[in-house]
Design a protein around this ligand. Structure first.
Ligand code: EPZ
Length: 428
């Protein structure tokens, strides 16, 4: 069981380069199977979620070749429609994007129910609603989702709630349907736009991505393409907050400033300096921070994927801050761990009330999920003393080389391998 060991209290200083966006990559990679040809995808982040996606593509018959650390060549000419088993699908939530892609290519798909971060109830009813509206039948049994259609016909879908996953799956499923599909109340995240741009580069006809109405006119065939994934706004936001929490001075490079607006404005609100230029943003920390209130919302609201990381900053702000989680049922699993470091947080349902404290102290803590782990890393960087972060496999699902990037910014951090306690017990 690997751990990150952090000796906190050092200011982060220097420049960090942001990798490709995880949530764009895990939507674009399944879509490659629609090309029926050879695609080269660049700026692919080197993270565990991508590794799983590439394993699933190989399981379906794709030939995968890593061209360098962040580029992959995928030959989808021999893709076959076989079920995607639990052993592969259970690792990530995004495995369910293969439902939409395989349905569009073969009018049939069979994929194990998805895994991913435990953030409370995460149903897939809106995905199924869209597949059925396109003319597919859906059966869920033995842990597998099977959808099939004699043909897919364009339709109009109004999502009961804004959902990134269902918007992406609906785009994938309808891209070769007969006629026009209109998605209303669609999600508007940057990775929705990136997927639409990728699909259009393969010959799809999608308009309106990034707004709440997306129109997809079905096409008969699609072709191979080369494509570069957008930078990860959540990875960037994580380093921005880490710079502020350590009162440092960090340049975050290779970003799209517009994607960071909700994060930049909140950091300025609490007292950090945020200076934007074309492809980078500089965050200069303050000696102390003001309280603020945050409610996470669908894009362009404050992103839920930045909520835990921002909490790790607000625990040091003067006064009382209120964090309302507007998207998921239970995204406060990091709170207990921050309390072990001296944070004063109370949680009632979807609301966390944070009383700022003078400082945090290092402790042994456990990452419950990807962004909870990121929050603990930020807390460990700002705390006095040593913090051991366990279960870092969650962190490595979505952050490329986080320890190396932090070390390059002056953090005192090492990754240690520890034998599993269970293994030690057996060894006696
Ligand atoms: C995606 O998850 C991201 N994951 C999440 O990022 C992100 O937090 C989330 O979108 C919101 O931005 C990937 O892209 C792989 P949703 P997803 O469908 O698609 C409910 C991270 O840290 N809902 O937008 O699962 C759902 O329960 C991860 O990178 C339904 O009720 O999110 C949630 O309450 C964590 N029925 C809300 O909608 C459905 O059919 C938003 O979910 C689908 C969703």
């Amino acid at each position: 069981m690997d751990k990150f060991i952090i000796n906190g209290g050092r200011q982060l200083r220097g420049t960090v380069n942001i990798s490709g966006a995880k949530n764009a990559a895990v939507a674009i990679l399944p879509a490659v199977l629609l090309s029926g040809g050879v695609c080269v995808i660049e700026n692919v982040p080197q993270i565990k979620d991508v590794t799983i996606d590439l394993k699933i593509l190989a399981h379906l018959g794709a030939d995968i070749r890593l061209l360098n650390k962040s580029a992959v060549r995928i030959d989808a000419r021999r893709i076959r429609n076989v079920p995607i088993p639990y052993e592969l699908a259970r690792h990530i939530r995004a495995s369910y994007y293969f439902l939409g892609a395989l349905l569009a290519k073969f009018n049939h798909a069979k994929v194990s129910m998805p895994g991913g971060c435990d953030l409370g109830d995460r149903p897939i009813d809106q995905h199924i609603k869209c597949f059925k509206s396109l003319g597919a039948e859906s059966v869920i049994e033995h842990g597998m989702v099977e959808i099939s259609a004699s043909s897919l016909v364009g339709t109009q879908v109004y999502f009961d709630k804004v959902t990134v996953g269902a918007t992406i799956n609906a785009m994938l499923a309808s891209v070769k349907a007969q006629g026009l599909t209109i998605l209303e109340n669609a999600a508007k995240e940057p990775h929705i736009v990136d997927l639409a741009n990728f699909l259009n580069s393969m010959g799809a006809d999608i308009m309106g991505a990034g707004t709440d109405v997306i129109k997809i006119r079905g096409v008969k065939s699609m072709c191979e393409t080369n494509y570069t994934i957008i930078p990860d706004q959540i990875e960037a936001g994580t380093y921005m907050v880490a710079a502020a929490a350590t009162k440092g001075d960090v340049i975050i490079k290779g970003i799209i400033p517009k994607h960071l607006e909700p994060i930049s404005s909140k950091l300025r609100k609490v007292g950090a300096q945020v200076v934007e230029s074309d492809e980078c943003v500089r965050v200069i920390g303050a000696t102390e921070y003001e309280r603020t209130n945050i409610k996470t919302m669908p894009h362009p609201g404050f992103p839920t994927d930045m909520q835990p990381q921002f909490a790790a900053l607000l625990v040091l702000a003067k006064g009382t801050s209120i964090l309302t989680e507007g998207i998921f049922d239970n995204r406060f699993r990091y709170v207990e761990e921050l309390r072990r470091m001296g944070a004063d947080i109370s949680v009632d349902g979807k609301v966390a009330v944070i009383e700022g404290v003078e400082r945090l102290t290092g402790a042994q803590v456990k990452a419950a999920d990807l962004r909870a782990g990121a929050a603990l890393m930020i807390a460990g960087l700002s705390a006095s003393g040593t913090t051991q972060v366990e279960e870092i496999r969650h962190i490595e699902r979505g952050y490329e080389d986080m320890d190396l990037k932090l070390k390059a910014l002056g953090a005192d951090i090492v990754k240690r391998k520890f034998p599993d306690v269970e293994v030690m017990a057996r060894v006696g």
